[in-house]
Design a protein around this ligand. Structure first.
Ligand code: FAD
Length: 435
């Protein structure tokens, strides 16, 4: 028998568990650990609450989780409740699937001013991550600046722009829904250092922005490249650029009917966040793009801003004793191998890029490596040994059956039309599991 511990129950964790089952059938025992009492990582706390069809991928992970030889070990933080060395003593392979939960710093003057957030925090707030549920962003001002030209920036802009009605059927948490309903934000500026040809936004997400109830997108036609140059783009990006072009063609008369505007400010590099205690403005330098890179022109201007959300990427949390690549912000690894018996997958291996599906080949790839390395297993104790350790330490382990009870309670508490009302507090989650 082989014993495998997977640390992190997001997509990378569950695809790896699925791959282990495919590889060894009944000849493997997999435990999926998570520091939260609830599974699925960013599927629950990252993917936008109004994108329920994407979140439904968790049904696939549930299938894996319900297999007899796969366990969920929730509410256990690896690195503090239990060390990597201890797990390595109990399991033939330990796979870090811990994602990249920290915001990369902007590295700009003023980034510690009030009402400046990274997207991990802001998205965590509207998605009910216990760590960020108390964020309480101040939405009383008129202009929000969202920094970044990827899908996360689009998610944040769309969430700020939607009406309460447009959240019907979503699982946005009640505290965020209420705060957004009271919001005074009337202008959302998406700031990007480069131009329309360098965006990392996908067509579906851009398309949604053109169909909001009370908001219209704005693109300055002067920012558009020559239309003939679009032919050189790969097809997905070309579609995205078509959306940008269609936004530039929206007549002012249409925008005049809208309460809110989502403005794309291309060729605009943030230089500093200005304000006394709270952010009041963003100082921006105009850029040009040379050989794909943004180059400052020296021309600066300021955008008044009462809220700033930086969507510029994430980094993995280091764990004691695990080699870390500081520059890349993830574990140091060679195609998933970190040290003998220690591996990584998903965002913890590659950094924050790709879609949910990108994590699947990652999981299958790491299991191939593990199969080469561990043979038939070496008689380690696996879950039995961990349970003894957890009892000695009085760890309150949440099992998958416990999670199903938490999930039932969330479903029961859902407002009309919503799939669930998430618990945003770990103690509440544990309480909902019952005795
Ligand atoms: C805001 C946002 C929106 C997104 N929207 C989409 C989308 O619409 N479509 C799409 O395809 N992709 C989307 N993605 C990307 C997708 O979410 C990621 O590709 C995917 O979640 C990465 O999987 P992962 O398993 O590596 O990490 P994660 O999903 O982050 O899972 C990591 C897990 O590890 C746990 N963990 C961390 N540290 C520890 C520890 N020390 N001990 C125990 N457990 C730990 C965490 O609690 C978490 O459950 C989005 C990402 C973000 C940030």
């Amino acid at each position: 028998m082989r014993h495998i511990a997977i640390i992190g129950s997001g997509p990378a964790g569950y695809y790896t568990a699925e791959a282990a089952q495919k590889q060894w059938g009944d000849e493997v025992r997999v435990d999926v650990f998570d520091r939260l009492p609830v599974p699925y990582g960013l599927i629950r706390t990252g993917v936008a609450p109004d994108h329920q069809s994407i979140k439904a991928v968790s049904n696939r992970y549930e299938k894996t989780a319900l297999s007899d030889n796969v366990g969920f070990v929730g509410n256990v933080s690896v690195g503090s409740d239990v060390t990597i060395a201890e797990l390595q003593g109990l399991y033939d392979a330990v796979v870090l699937a811990t994602g990249a939960p920290h915001d990369r710093p902007l590295g700009l003057p003023g980034e510690t001013l009030g009402n400046v957030f990274g997207s991990a925090a802001f998205v965590g707030w509207y998605n009910g991550h216990p760590q960020f549920a108390d964020l309480a962003p101040d939405l009383s001002g008129e202009t929000a600046v969202v920094i970044g030209m990827g899908n996360v920036a689009l998610d944040v802009a769309r969430i700020l722009a939607k009406t309460r009605e447009e959240f019907a059927g979503s699982d946005i948490v009640a505290h965020a829904l209420d705060a957004l309903e009271r919001s005074n934000i009337r202008r959302v500026v998406i700031l990007g250092r480069r131009g329309p040809h360098q965006i990392m936004m996908t067509p579906k997400e851009l398309g949604e922005l053109g169909h909001l109830q009370r908001a219209a997108p704005r693109v300055d036609p002067a920012d558009l490249p020559e239309i003939g140059e679009d032919a050189l783009l790969e097809p997905g990006l070309r579609k995205s650029v078509n959306h940008i072009r269609s936004f530039a063609a929206i007549p002012e008369s249409h925008r005049a009917d809208m309460a809110l505007e989502v403005e794309f400010d291309f060729f605009a590099a943030p230089k500093a966040l200005l304000g006394e205690r709270m952010v009041e403005a963003v100082e921006v330098e105009r850029t040009t793009v040379e050989a794909g890179r943004a180059v400052g022109t020296g021309e600066t201007y300021t955008i008044p801003a009462s809220l700033v959300v930086a969507c510029i990427g994430y980094q993995t949390s280091p764990i004691e004793g695990v080699p870390f690549d500081e520059r890349a912000g993830r574990f140091a690894n060679d195609e998933g191998r970190i040290l003998p018996g220690l591996y990584c997958v998903g965002w913890a291996r590659r950094g924050p890029s790709g879609t949910i599906g990108t994590n699947r080949p990652d999981g299958f790839g790491v299991i191939e490596k593990i199969a080469e390395d561990i043979g038939g297993g070496s008689g380690k104790q696996g879950r039995g040994g961990f349970d003894r350790l957890a009892a000695e330490r009085s760890l309150d382990v949440v099992t998958f059956r416990d999670w199903k009870k938490i999930e039932e309670a969330e479903t029961r508490a859902a407002r009309e039309g919503a799939p669930r009302e998430k618990f945003v507090d770990v103690a509440e989650m544990i309480k909902a599991r019952g005795g």
